[in-house]
Design a protein around this ligand. Structure first.
Ligand SMILES: [Zn+2]
Length: 211
């Protein structure tokens, strides 16, 4: 626990004071604004005015604020706000919540990688996921992620050390990985499965990826 704050500061996360995050204390779990931004655009596109109004009523004031004033991509947003927002969206959409979390993660990948990949390059998914693991501290100020190549078109992403693992993050990660691979125009079939999960008491969340 004590190591979390210095490590985050060392990774260039020293602009942690976010005026939009009322009640948020330094050292608490936070995610980069770009994640919530993507989820907000998905909600705006999919939920019409009545759905957005229902969502607004489900959110606590601090989270509701983000509907009016989306965070900057570089802001830190309390993890609690992201989780509450995603749960609210899932409640308004209805049906299986995991499916909605996956769609939110998928949308993040689509937004970030739109137009980046014109053709499939066989090494690219490995390179991307290795880079993604290194960049983890820029997007989440907790836990760590490690990627390993398993085969030519298979790999494993392992996330661990989450103080409070939440299924929202796991399901949206699956959707994100699927979206990334689709944006890279992989031959497919794309398969992303979480085979171990911290939410179930496992020591890590382990995602098997193949394309
Ligand atoms: Zn998990």
């Amino acid at each position: 626990m004590k190591a979390a704050t210095p490590r985050a500061a060392g990774q260039g996360c020293n602009t942690l004071s976010d005026p939009m995050a009322a009640g948020w204390s330094p050292g608490a779990e936070a995610v980069k604004g770009t994640m919530l931004q993507a989820h907000l655009t998905w909600a705006r596109d999919r939920l019409r005015a009545p759905g957005l109004e229902r969502l607004r009523l489900l959110l606590a004031p601090e989270s509701r604020e983000y509907l009016e004033r989306p965070p900057l991509a570089t802001d830190w947003v309390p993890l609690d706000a992201l989780v509450e927002f995603d749960r609210g969206v899932a409640a308004v959409v209805g049906g299986a919540a995991d499916r909605v979390y996956r769609a939110l993660g998928h949308h993040s990948a689509t937004l970030n990688l739109q137009g980046v990949y014109k053709a499939f390059a066989v090494e690219e998914p490995h390179r991307f996921f290795e880079q993604q693991a290194l960049l983890h501290p820029r997007f989440l100020n907790f836990g760590s992620v490690h990627y390993e190549r398993a085969g030519l078109q298979t790999g494993r992403m392992r996330a661990e050390g989450y103080p409070r693992p939440v299924p929202v993050l796991c399901a949206s990660a699956v959707g994100y990985f699927e979206g990334v691979l689709e944006m890279m125009r992989v031959p497919g079939p794309v398969q992303c499965t979480e085979v171990l999960c911290q939410c179930q008491g496992d020591p890590s969340c382990l995602f098997d990826l193949s394309w």
